[in-house]
Design a protein around this ligand. Structure first.
Ligand code: ADP
Ligand code: MG
Length: 630
């Protein structure tokens, strides 16, 4: 049966705590936010479906824009549009002056450089905080729940000042920072390298090749017993996808006979051609040829075709340079290329075929590139955040309660319209609009039903009520919004509101799920031919939730009190965990009993450890210190 969360006496029963956390890739060019839901990491999109948020902040007279709209302002209002702020994090004024001119004015403020904007002098911490706020908002909106904390990624080469600045920005954005995580480590986690099995389980040396918009770095990671160590990091903070754009830009000037004119090109024309260059480069990744068309402000027309072969030729020296950096990083780490277990490809610019080919032909090991290279850092950060959030309090478990049967409303013809689908996680609210059937209709009857069947007569009736006082209108003009809300305790409230007149009514249905397991099973069986599969899936899900809970608890205990274990005991526990995780990752419902047995075995084998932790906690309490819940 569904797990129910039981709250402590005297404590509020709502809202339900999922301990949701997020991972944030705060990039120089683009930033992303990801989370783990139901065991799977995924990046979160904004309302328009975009996952990448351009790391650009525009300070307008009265507002602050972040992302795409800010990026668009860079041509109209470059002085107040801050791109690549990551390069300024934790940097002094003199350092910042060495960076390529970004179009805005730097200010010499003590400690860290600042930028002059129409809204005053802003520190890089404040600018970064705007980007983080935007991602945080996106996460709050799409998860519709509290977020207990975030893991923010930073380049492995970031020094303490840069890390402190990043953390400060996150705090300023209102985020609880669970941890800063190195970008290459996050990428390795996303590929599950820390869980890799086989002969070299949890051991091995990997390279992470990260080519972003304006920076390039290679990190060599060594994995020992599931812990990553950055052996070396080497890179070029002035090499990235932008340089490939620039090669295309120079080619356009030459081919379109604009070289003589270059000095006269308006800033707007330059930005236009730069944008066309980047678009052509990205287009070439999946296509053999790209056409470049632009009309300049003096009436000049650009109309060119760029082939992949030409592009490879003009960017060859850049590609070669990255390969030399890879060698240099290996050199610094004292690792031979044949000792690598894999190269992880990270950053949007590694999509380019010439990059893929150069790396593949340079190393003998597998090149890991099947995750989206833009997303991999954020995904790994989310996975880490999920573990940290879960480990925080062993006594506050993630208990998922789900709706066993769909909740719907009766519509014309005795049909059910599902409003909340079954297996939705609680709490949940969903709304749908309906309209009147007859001219002048002043009341509608609402019939709340539960079940999977199409016909109301075959579903279970939960409640009936009426919305009265609707002003007479022609049929179809009334807009009745019906909202179903189920709280953490499974309490269903249904409300209906006519949107034009504001007339509303509400009822609470309780107990909403007062069905026995058998009754639910019967309804499901009757409901669809897949009832058996559905019940199996349900049992699987419950077993997995349970197993995850135990794995998290044991992992958390090991992290906190690992010194209470001998090496052999620790290995024993880790082995049990691995077995459980492997079974879970099979996603094979037929293995449900095996999952249950494996998690029971894990729980059993950790009992002794739990007892020792209890003893330790008691000893701590006796010595007058606070007691950590076991
Ligand atoms: P950062 O880590 O600096 O924030 P990203 O990882 O987001 O940067 O990489 C941005 C770079 O990836 C840009 O130069 C962009 O043009 C490049 N890029 C994105 N998609 C493609 C593609 N399909 N082909 C080639 N380059 C791409
Ligand atoms: Mg990046």
């Amino acid at each position: 049966m569904a797990l129910l969360q039981i709250s402590e006496p005297g404590e509020s029963t709502a809202p339900h705590q999922h301990r949701l956390s997020v991972g944030i890739d705060l990039g120089t060019t683009n930033s992303l936010v990801a989370t783990v839901r139901h065991g799977f990491p995924s990046v979160l999109a904004d309302e328009s479906g975009a996952t990448l948020l351009p790391s650009v902040v525009h300070y307008a007279d009265a507002q602050i824009d972040v992302g795409l709209s800010a990026k668009q302002a860079s041509s109209t209002d470059p002085k107040n549009t801050i791109a690549s702020v990551k390069r300024l994090m934790g940097r002094g004024y003199q350092d910042a002056l060495q960076l390529p001119d970004a179009g805005y004015t730097l200010v010499d403020t003590p400690g860290m450089v600042s930028v002059q904007t129409v809204q005053g002098v802003k520190s890089p911490v404040e600018v970064s905080a705007e980007i983080l706020k935007a991602l945080y908002q996106r996460a709050l909106q799409s998860l519709n729940d509290d977020i207990v904390g975030a893991v923010i990624t930073v380049p492995a080469y970031f020094d303490d000042a840069q890390r402190q600045a990043t953390k400060a920005a996150a705090e300023l954005a209102g985020l609880n920072v669970l941890r800063l995580l190195n970008e290459p480590t996050a990428a390795a986690i996303a590929y599950g390298l820390d869980l890799a099995d086989g002969a070299d389980a949890k051991e091995g040396t990997f390279a992470v090749y990260d080519l972003g918009g304006g920076t390039f770095d290679v990190s060599i990671l060594r994995l020992t017993k599931g812990v990553f160590e950055v052996l070396a990091t080497h890179g070029d903070t002035a090499l990235g996808g932008d340089d490939f754009d620039h090669r295309v830009y120079c080619w356009i000037l030459k081919e379109a006979d604009l070289i003589g004119l270059h000095a006269n090109l308006s800033a707007q024309d330059i930005r236009l051609l730069q944008a066309k260059s980047r678009a052509a480069k990205e287009h070439l990744t999946a296509n053999g040829v790209a056409s470049i068309r632009a009309s300049l402000s003096d009436g000049h027309q650009v109309n060119l075709m760029l082939s992949q072969a030409q592009f490879f030729e003009m960017t060859k020296t850049l590609v070669d340079k990255t390969v030399r950096v890879l060698d240099e990083a290996l050199n610094q780490a004292n690792v031979k290329s044949h000792e690598l277990q894999g190269v992880v490809m990270v950053g949007g610019a590694t999509r380019m075929l010439n990059i893929q080919r150069a790396v593949t032909s340079h190393v003998a090991c597998p090149v890991l590139n099947d995750l989206n290279p833009d997303e991999v850092v954020a995904l790994g950060a989310a996975m880490q955040a999920n573990v940290l959030a879960g480990n925080r309090a062993d006594d506050d478990w993630l208990l998922l309660d789900v709706i066993p049967l769909s909740l719907g409303v009766e519509t014309m013809g005795g049909l059910t319209e599902k409003i909340i689908p079954r297996n939705s996680t609680l709490p949940i609210a969903r709304a749908q609009e309906f309209t009147t059937f007859k001219d002048g209709q002043t009341a509608i009857a609402l019939h709340v039903v539960q079940g999977e069947r199409e016909l109301v007569s075959e579903c279970r009736s939960l409640a009936k009520f009426e919305l009265r006082g609707i002003p007479p209108m022609v049929a179809g003009a009334a807009r009745v919004r019906v909202t179903y809300q189920v709280d953490a305790d499974g309490l269903l409230t249904v409300s209906a509101r006519e949107m034009n007149s504001g007339v509303s009514t509400e009822i609470t249905v309780k107990p909403s799920f007062g069905l026995s397991d058998d009754e639910i099973a019967d309804m499901l069986k009757a409901g669809n031919a897949n009832a058996v599969a559905d019940m199996q899936a349900r049992a699987w899900r419950e077993a997995v939730v349970d197993a995850e809970r135990i794995v998290l608890a044991v992992n958390g205990a090991i992290a906190e009190d690992g010194e209470l274990l001998s090496d052999a005991e620790r290995m024993g526990l880790l082995n049990h965990i691995e077995v459980v995780q492997e079974l879970m990752s099979s996603h094979d419902v037929a293995q449900v009993d095996a999952v249950r047995a494996a998690s029971d075995a894990l729980a059993k084998s950790s009992e002794d450890f739990a007892a020792r932790r209890m003893d330790k906690a008691i000893a701590t309490a006796l010595s007058g210190q606070s007691i950590d819940n076991l």
